[in-house]
Design a protein around this ligand. Structure first.
Ligand code: HEC
Ligand code: HEC
Ligand code: HEC
Ligand code: HEC
Ligand code: HEC
Ligand code: HEC
Length: 439
């Protein structure tokens, strides 16, 4: 007993000294914050700590296990490595603002246990609390999605807002369809793709906080259709806006093929949802039969126009500035979109876009590891822990080159990831096994 107490006193003393050193360092060492290569928002303390040259101090300062309540661990991630939406919805919509966070709660122990009962998980975006005014989506949502009522301000298509409670889904929690924009409250005119969510697990009965985590919600409008569809660009069309140039071209090329019930020229019935006619699994939209799905139409049409390179893909996927591919395979092994997805022709042939995607073991890559689901994002290992809980989402596979992606791993353990420290979940260091072999 006595021993334990003197240990904790020692602990507090050394912790305070570390804190003191950190504060002193903050005064004397200029921060590298905000350089061009890794734009970081200036609103989280963790980021400024991260900028210290003595990164090894970090885990001691931010490690969640130092918090008084370490009975639970909260893991969180985004379902996709990037969520794209249109910058302007006046004329057309490819994708609405629609972000999705996932979380798992683990009760620490020997063995640890995944739990969903009697627990709630809340999410919020401390520096991104509203979307109306940052996007005109709410002006056009009812018409675009044929909604019976106007969409309430700052509420997305599934009824979720920018803060709220996640839903329980068997073994995890999720908040689907958060209408997040790429604009922080503190800089509402500067696109910033790596927004930070704060998620908190609480005891359902007492409301007591059990664990928390800072998770990236990636979001971008960087679709550079304007690289080609500018006024006077493709087919010399000049209507004053990129979107209307595209709709005019589409009418010129296809109006005689518009299906029954959809025959009015697109220019005369704006705003137009592409998925009204072209099926899109991203929206669960069945489209009109006989018309190619949106992925096929777009990739097939542009295949000889856009080169089969990462720069080519970045014409429409975010993008030369956003650099949505930021994962360890791109930074350490120079892998590009084409290595995993193939070129535009191959993508256009996908029989089930969005639901049939690359796997980790394809093309003789990680043949020792099998996904137990078709999609990486749905796969689990180590007795039900999502691959993405430890590795993060596709395109951000840890360690990512984005500082924000690393924050949660620093909070959980002593490195930017993947989650490799066994005692984050196990109380006693378990027997040394391959983490993937426990199904
Ligand atoms: C690298 C240049 C380039 C980029 C970038 C580009 N396009 Fe195109 N797009 C073209 C060209 C060229 C055509 C016309 C091809 C033709 O005339 O056969 C075209 C055709 C189209 C068509 C008409 C297809 C048809 O036959 O009806 C649509 C719609 C379209 N693009 C939408 C887009 C959208 C949306 C984006 C951005 C997400 C985009 N394009 C980005 C070059 C580009
Ligand atoms: C009213 C229904 C309708 C809507 C809405 C619509 N399209 Fe189309 N689209 C068509 C039809 C019909 C074709 C011709 C299909 C074919 O050639 O088999 C077509 C062709 C295309 C093609 C060329 C495909 C190819 O391989 O030649 C592209 C690209 C395309 N659409 C993109 C879009 C985009 C982007 C939007 C939203 C801005 C959109 N479409 C909205 C009906 C529609
Ligand atoms: C001309 C614009 C354009 C270019 C260039 C482009 N994409 Fe796309 N891509 C789109 C659009 C639009 C969607 C959304 C389709 C939907 O909503 O279903 C999409 C969706 C996808 C998807 C998800 C749907 C699916 O088919 O599984 C993948 C994967 C994809 N693109 C990969 C690529 C890769 C890899 C490249 C470069 C080799 C590329 N794209 C280049 C416009 C483009
Ligand atoms: C290391 C392999 C890898 C690379 C490199 C890669 N992707 Fe993917 N991509 C995946 C996997 C795996 C998925 C499926 C993820 C899942 O289950 O949701 C995916 C899914 C997608 C999707 C569908 C939406 C989603 O996230 O599930 C799009 C769009 C996409 N990739 C575009 C791209 C583009 C554009 C690039 C290059 C800038 C790229 N990918 C590079 C592996 C890769
Ligand atoms: C409990 C955490 C955890 C889970 C769950 C997990 N992994 Fe891992 N994974 C790790 C760790 C830790 C490593 C070792 C990383 C290192 O050596 O830097 C690793 C390594 C890997 C590697 C690289 C292996 C190699 O050959 O170097 C791949 C690929 C991989 N995991 C895929 C997956 C897939 C796919 C899933 C889901 C089916 C998954 N992992 C689930 C923690 C996890
Ligand atoms: C994200 C939390 C998490 C991490 C990190 C983690 N585990 Fe586990 N581990 C679990 C869970 C959950 C179980 C399943 C317990 C059960 O249901 O029996 C488990 C079970 C095990 C088991 C079998 C049951 C037991 O306790 O003997 C072993 C062995 C094991 N883990 C080893 C490891 C090793 C080694 C590491 C680090 C390389 C590790 N684990 C990291 C959560 C984790």
């Amino acid at each position: 007993m006595l021993k334990k107490r003197s240990f904790s006193i020692l602990y507090i003393v050394s912790f305070s000294m570390l804190l003191l050193i950190s504060i002193l360092m903050a005064f004397f060492i200029p921060s590298k914050k905000g350089n061009a290569a890794t734009p970081v928002p200036n609103d989280t303390q963790i980021i400024s700590l991260f900028d210290f040259p003595f990164v090894s101090f970090l885990p001691l300062i931010t490690n969640q296990n130092l918090l008084p309540s370490n009975e639970y661990v909260l893991l969180g991630w985004n379902d996709l490595g990037m969520h794209c939406y249109n910058r302007d919805f006046r004329d057309l919509a490819v994708l609405p603002p629609y972000n999705t966070l996932w979380a798992q709660v683990i009760r620490r122990g020997d063995p640890p246990q995944i739990v969903t009962n009697n627990i709630t998980v809340e999410y919020s975006f401390p520096n991104n609390t509203y979307s109306v005014g940052k996007s005109n989506f709410w002006t056009y949502a009812q018409s675009l999605f044929s909604l019976p009522e106007p969409l309430p301000d700052n509420i997305g298509l599934t009824g979720k807002g920018l803060s709220g409670e996640m839903d329980v889904n068997v073994d995890h929690f999720s908040a689907d369809g958060i209408p997040l924009t790429e604009f922080q409250d503190s800089a509402p005119n500067t696109p910033y793709p790596y927004q930070l969510a704060e998620i908190i697990a609480k005891d359902l009965n007492t409301g007591q906080e059990l664990a928390s985590l800072t998770v990236v919600a990636p979001v971008s409008t960087e679709m550079r259709c304007d690289n080609c569809h500018f006024d006077g660009g493709v087919e010399n069309i000049a209507t004053g806006r990129v979107e209307t140039n595209i709709l005019t071209l589409h009418d010129n090329e296809n109006a005689d093929e518009y299906p029954i019930g959809h025959t009015t020229p697109l220019m005369d019935r704006r705003p137009v949802l592409c998925a009204e006619c072209h099926a899109s699994n991203a929206l669960g939209a069945p489209g009109v039969s006989g018309i190619p799905n949106l992925s096929r139409a777009m990739h097939d049409k542009h295949k000889e126009i856009v080169p089969d390179t990462q720069e080519g893909c970045y014409n429409c996927h975010p993008g030369p500035t956003t650099q949505c591919l930021r994962d360890v395979m791109s930074t350490e092994h120079n892998m590009t979109c084409i290595d995993c997805h193939g070129g535009l022709e191959e993508v256009s042939q996908n029989p089930n876009p969005w639901l049939n995607e690359p796997t980790c073991s394809q093309s003789g890559c990680h043949t020792d590891i099998t996904q137990n689901q078709v999609l990486y994002r749905n796969s689990t290992a180590h007795d039900g822990i999502y691959c993405a809980a430890c590795h993060d989402s596709s395109h951000a596979i840890a360690p990512s080159n984005q500082v924000n992606d690393g924050i949660k791993f620093i909070q959980l353990q002593d490195s930017p990831g993947p989650l490799s420290k066994c005692t984050v979940c196990h109380i006693t260091q378990p027997e040394d096994v391959d983490i993937h072999t426990i199904q």
